[in-house]
Design a protein around this ligand. Structure first.
Ligand SMILES: [Zn+2]
Length: 153
């Protein structure tokens, strides 16, 4: 695959190593992404159906997005950036946008401390130009054994 990223701080969230081996508890959404892009290219989806990022996400992408070298698959005008959100106990229902690299590490420590504390990180790719966005992957932030009890949602 031609998806190469700079070593941004979000690469710490990588769910696969360079050989594509998935880590436990991590859900990869890249296949859905590819299917969606194909539908768009075949004309079965309109641009406004795939480029409908919420204003909050667009703002987060502009301010906190982790740069990539991946061209936006829709407008091909800008590179997509990665934005991550953490969901879990005592966090807002729409999740908490990660704005600093060390914040993720704080959540990881918190998840390890609070046994059963169910923190999940969601990584979204977004285009700052056209509003294309897609969930790339979700991964439990707790210890591996806690990840085993992941609920199907
Ligand atoms: Zn775009």
């Amino acid at each position: 695959m031609g998806v190469r990223r700079k070593q941004g701080w979000l690469s710490a969230l990588s769910l696969t190593d360079d050989h594509g081996v998935a880590l436990s508890g991590v859900i990869d959404h890249r296949l859905t992404r590819r299917a969606l892009i194909n539908e768009y290219r075949r004309g079965r989806l309109r641009r406004d159906q795939v480029c409908d990022a919420h204003p909050d996400l667009v703002r987060a992408a502009r301010n906190f997005g982790d740069e990539t070298e991946v061209r936006c698959p829709i407008c091909v005008d800008d590179n997509v950036v990665l934005v991550s959100y953490v969901f879990g106990p005592r966090l807002p229902s729409h999740g908490r946008c990660i704005t600093r690299p060390d914040e993720l590490e704080e959540f990881r420590r918190l998840a390890a401390r609070t046994r059963g504390g169910d923190y999940t990180a969601y990584v979204v790719e977004a285009c700052r130009k056209c509003g294309w966005h897609h969930l790339l992957r979700s991964l439990p932030m707790a210890s591996p054994q806690a990840g085993a009890h992941r609920q199907a949602q």
